[in-house]
Design a protein around this ligand. Structure first.
Ligand SMILES: Nc1ncnc2c1ncn2[C@@H]1O[C@H](COP(=O)(O)OP(=O)(O)OP(=O)(O)O)[C@@H](O)[C@H]1O
Length: 609
């Protein structure tokens, strides 16, 4: 299978208008299954607004027909009062139903979006995680999806509800008096002009505040993860000063935003009162001239007040629309990234039943680079027999991890191939490959959960007994028994309560439980005391039995008994053979051994790395 050329997307890639259109189209596809609920929301909104707007009409009727002055006796008056209360109640009920329905739809959409995003991110290749920071992805998963919720529950809804409300107010005003309504419409472009101008200023305040907040969060996150460094170099005061600078800038930006917002809202109120005065002045003359009735004027004054509210609401959504666009761009960039490591095409796929795999591994003329033009492995050949124990040594940056990363298919080779039992691993479904190749990382990752959960990785079909048996075999049982609640002890924060050696033992037990035919071990660099060292050596011999094993060794003692030791230097295998053979050759490996002995003056010789 020929290697495909690398297509790595640029981190700073900007979203084109066409891509944005597609992004919004994709977003609306999430809303599609909720069409009926949206229709329900809009019907409820329409009914609530209508009930609201009918109230001034009732009062107008009561004034103009002299009901308020006892013209028809108390019965009609009571009837009108009851009608008014009924309209108020209906408006309340429909608003309540509409708000609930809308929140339910918005939350359901966002829950699904979050799920899809999580699935998409976990399906990405390692190169994706090289390019995207953890903090950024967490923001995408949490706040960007939340902004999308606001788009549905605020922006879209406001456009419809307030737009509808505005239209109905205008209709009611025309129904009352065409001339007065026309005068009022003159206000429309003035109000909109002011609102748009103000919003522009508000938007820039808002954007500035958001970007300062992002800076503050990034600074905090960076400091938390580098806390040990800060404390060991006594950098607390410097970091506090830098934090204070950022914090003060954010505070100022926030206050600026609040000032602009208050000014805008108060200006709108003043404008509203001026409009009322204008209507009272014009309408008052019309009442005096007996061109309109007093009730009409009363209703007009009520409507003119309601005229301002929706315009204000709609313009307020502008900020949310802005942040939705930014979030949408960010999410779209992730959703449109396809994993570089792809599943094989159906006609290329070869299934290897994990149980039937023997465990032969071949690296054939492998060339590989993380970044175009900077090759890390240069035409590397390595043929590993079934059940062979291979030690891989070499200085820092030699390419040891890169080699095993290719076998786990975290990345694909640029040229050449990696084969298991003679099958190119690019032809294997990834799920099968990951059952065949097991990995114990340099810093074993532990999830929040019990020891049992961590050994069986939350797979309920693996029994507790199997877990305990595996832990006994690797020698982790006594250590686990000493923990507060034994196998049910809850680990948190990546198992920070356990030592590096203990975490490694747990990850060895995982291997026994999942039984991969090929094992990759990136040995921990941490200094281990001799007792833990013995425990780990024993556990390694247990998990390596009957498996093809590749161990990246940072302590040469770990691989002294390996069937074969591979020495890698600058992306090439420079020596290969058993410990004794390599010492006899008196080449690079012998040099490494001498160097490590001199450096550490200890029986457990180490190589840099
Ligand atoms: N994710 C990455 N993106 C870009 N370059 C990388 C990446 N990982 C490793 N490299 C580079 O590839 C080269 C080989 O790195 P690799 O991690 O394979 O070395 P190593 O022998 O395992 O080193 P160590 O013993 O320090 O783990 C180095 O020059 C390194 O800087």
């Amino acid at each position: 299978m020929p290697a495909e050329p690398k297509q790595r997307e640029d981190n700073k890639h900007t979203v084109s208008p066409e891509e944005r259109r597609q992004a919004f189209k994709a977003l609306f596809s999430y809303a599609k299954p909720h069409r009926k609920s949206f229709l329900g929301v809009f019907i409820c909104a329409f009914l609530a607004i209508s009930a609201d707007l009918l109230q001034p009409f009732l009062i107008k009727y009561a004034i103009d027909e002299k009901v308020l002055f006892g013209a028809y006796g108390p019965k009609i008056l009571i009837g009108l009062a009851a009608g008014y209360l009924l309209l108020e109640a209906l408006s309340g009920v429909f608003s309540y139903v509409q708000a609930n329905l809308l929140q339910r739809v918005g939350q359901s959409i966002v829950a699904l979006l979050r799920k899809d995003l999580f699935k998409h991110i976990t399906g990405q290749s390692m190169s994706f995680f090289d390019r995207n920071s953890m903090g950024g992805l967490v923001t995408n998963e949490s706040s960007d999806t939340e902004t999308i919720n606001q788009f549905f529950t605020q922006v879209l809804f406001s456009l419809v509800r307030d737009g509808l409300s505005l239209i109905l107010v205008i209709v009611f005003m025309f129904a009352l008096d065409v001339r007065l309504a026309l005068y009022c419409l003159i206000l429309f472009p003035i109000i909109t002009g002011i609102a748009v101008a103000f919003r522009k200023h508000l938007r820039s305040c808002y954007q500035q505040a958001r970007s300062l907040l992002s800076r503050l969060i990034a600074f905090t996150a960076e400091n938390l993860s580098g806390m040990s460094l800060i404390q060991s170099f006594h950098q607390e005061q410097e970091q506090e000063d830098r934090f204070t600078n950022r914090n003060t800038s954010y505070l100022k930006a926030n206050l600026r935003e609040v000032r602009a917002s208050v000014l805008f809202n108060r200006s709108f109120d003043v404008l509203g009162n001026l409009a009322v005065a204008f209507v009272v002045w014009l309408g008052g003359f019309a009442v005096l001239d007996q061109q309109i009735e007093f009730g009409v004027l009363y209703a007009f004054i009520s409507y003119i007040r309601q005229f301002f509210q929706p315009i204000n609401q709609i313009t307020q959504q502008w900020n949310t629309l802005q942040s939705t666009t930014v979030s949408m761009d960010r999410l779209w960039r992730i959703f449109s990234t396809q994993p570089e490591v792809k599943e094989p095409a159906p006609e290329e796929t070869k299934t290897l039943a994990p149980a039937a795999v023997r465990g032969r591994v071949d690296f054939n003329q492998v060339r590989f680079s993380y970044v175009d033009g900077q090759e890390v492995l240069h035409g590397l050949n390595l043929h590993i027999q079934v059940g062979e124990f291979i030690g891989i040594v070499g200085t820092t940056g030699a390419g040891k991890s890169s080699l095993v990363n290719l076998l786990a298919r975290f990345y694909d080779v640029d040229r050449g191939s990696v084969e298991i039992d003679g099958t190119d691993i690019r032809r294997l479904p990834q799920q099968d490959l990951h059952r065949i190749v097991g990995l114990v990382q340099q810093e074993p990752y532990l999830f929040s959960g019990t020891i049992v959960d961590n050994v069986r990785l939350f797979q309920e079909h693996i029994t507790r007994e199997e877990v305990i048996k595996a832990c006994r075999q690797v020698g982790a049982h006594p250590m686990i028994k000493r923990l507060g609640r034994g196998y049910d002890t809850k680990l948190s924060n990546r198992g920070s309560g356990l030592s590096a050696g203990e975490r490694q033992l747990i990850s060895f037990a995982r291997i026994l439980v999942f039984r991969p035919k090929i094992l990759i071990l990136d040995e921990a660099t941490a200094n281990l005391d001799s007792q833990t060292e013995q425990l780990i050596q024993h556990a390694l011999s247990v998990v390596a039995a009957g498996r093809t094993t590749l161990v990246i060794a940072h302590r040469l003692s770990t691989v002294q008994h390996a069937d074969r030791i591979i020495v890698i230097d600058s992306g090439r295998i420079v020596e290969a053979g058993s410990h004794e053979e390599l010492l006899q050759q008196d080449g690079y490996y012998a040099e490494l051994t001498r160097h490590s002995r001199l450096q550490h003056n200890a029986p457990n010789v180490r190589v840099q790395g």
